[in-house]
Design a protein around this ligand. Structure first.
Ligand SMILES: [Cu+2]
Length: 176
């Protein structure tokens, strides 16, 4: 049995000038994008939540259920519709494969949203805004948010979390 014919002698030796140029460009661009993360954290408008805590998923689930029971004002397609507390706090849970509850916020009123997951890694993307968070079980993220316009905002999970991932949506309602 013979193997494939060997590549010609210069196959792996050296790179051409154009190839080196492109590699240099690609590496330089990687570095630009890497440091841009820190630049946007300092001067950009889209800062990731830097206030976070450890929390057991079961504890987060219990807190969220207590909150929903106390501040429920209705239902949206079977999912509880809830307002923030008097102190402007709210819980938002991601689970396979939904977000709960549906938060009803007031335009111009700041809210502290406690965000976490009951089970797997999920993502929280608020549409049509350019807002995008990772939601991990065991970690509580504090998302400070002040709605600037009324309407309905869709929530989409943007981390693949299982077979129902593509159905995982939710909603935030902003009223006057
Ligand atoms: Cu998902």
């Amino acid at each position: 049995m013979s193997s494939l014919t060997a590549p010609h002698a210069r196959y792996l030796s050296g790179t051409s000038r154009d190839e080196r140029l492109w590699l240099l460009f690609a590496v330089a661009w990687c570095l630009v994008l890497f440091f841009a993360m820190y630049v946007w954290q300092a001067i950009g408008n889209q800062k990731t939540p830097i206030e976070s805590y450890r929390i057991e998923p079961a504890e987060f689930r219990a807190l969220t259920q207590d909150y929903i029971a106390a501040y429920r004002i209705g239902d949206v397609q079977g999912i509880p519709l809830v307002t923030p507390t008097e102190d402007g706090e709210a819980f938002l849970a991601a689970r396979a494969f939904a977000f709960e509850p549906v938060l009803q916020l007031k335009k111009g009123e700041s809210v502290r949203i406690y965000l976490s997951s009951y089970d797997f890694q999920h993502g929280l993307s608020i549409q049509p805004l350019n807002v995008n968070f990772q939601v991990l079980p065991g970690y509580l993220y504090v998302v400070n948010l002040t709605p600037t316009e009324t309407g309905e905002f869709g929530l989409i999970c943007n981390e693949y979390c299982g077979l129902g991932h593509h159905t995982m949506t939710g909603r935030i309602v902003v009223v006057d």
